[in-house]
Design a binder for this molecule. Structure first.
Ligand code: MLT
Length: 202
């Protein structure tokens, strides 16, 4: 998986950045720099190619995921994050993963499968990655979800159901709603900034 690593200041967060469908590893760098210009980041490009669009897992059609592929790629992503922590000598507990849309969905799937990969996650406009699986105990996992009440791609009901699953698994979940469809808005960026500060001071 292609990636960009940027080393920031010591004692600052280390973001893992996961773009939306059709994006690449450069997409969320301005977001990371706005959230904390001193942070380190690792930005990963999705290695599924859907008619020229990068994604993190295959889908059958918009909104319908190829679950077999999703499970396979979720495992790969978890292994990859583990390897990256070794390569760059970063304690895995210091990672704060940020995903938008398809990136949020692979991240949600990582949380649905493993409780020792990501402790801090920001999911922008996520969906339920897959159903009928038992989630691990997510005590000590902190999640910020920002979603659009009128998002045509990741519907409100999907984000609501995801919040319920994560809370049932004992994750600490904070939620922020917007009214700007699927767009990632300035208000969400501000909310993320506050949440990151809160997590860093805990
Ligand atoms: C997905 O396929 O992950 C969702 O439909 C969002 C997106 O299109 O990226």
């Amino acid at each position: 998986m292609e990636h960009i690593y940027h080393q920031g200041k010591h004692n600052k967060p280390v973001f893992i950045l996961l773009h939306g469908t059709g994006g690449d590893e450069y997409d969320l760098i301005p977001l990371a720099e706005t959230l904390d210009p001193d942070a380190s980041y690792i930005s990963l490009r999705g290695d599924v190619n859907e008619n020229g669009l990068n994604r993190y897992f295959k889908r059958i059609k918009p909104g319908v995921f190829d679950e077999k592929d999703l499970v396979f790629r979720t495992k790969n992503m978890s292994v990859r994050i583990h390897e990256l922590s070794k390569t760059y000598r970063i304690n895995q507990d210091n990672f704060l993963a940020i995903g938008y849309s398809n990136g949020a969905n692979i991240l949600a799937s990582v949380l649905f499968h493993y409780n020792d990969v990501i402790k801090y996650a920001i999911l922008h406009h996520p969906m339920v990655p897959l159903r009928n699986i038992e989630l691990p105990d997510l005590t000590d996992v902190h999640v910020l979800i920002t979603a659009g009440k009128n998002d045509p791609i990741c519907p409100k009901e999907e984000s609501e159901e995801l919040i319920e699953h994560l809370r049932k698994a004992n994750a600490d979940v904070e939620v922020f709603w917007t009214n700007n469809g699927h767009a990632l808005t300035q208000e969400e960026v501000e909310k993320s900034k506050q949440w990151i500060k809160k997590m860093s001071s805990d």
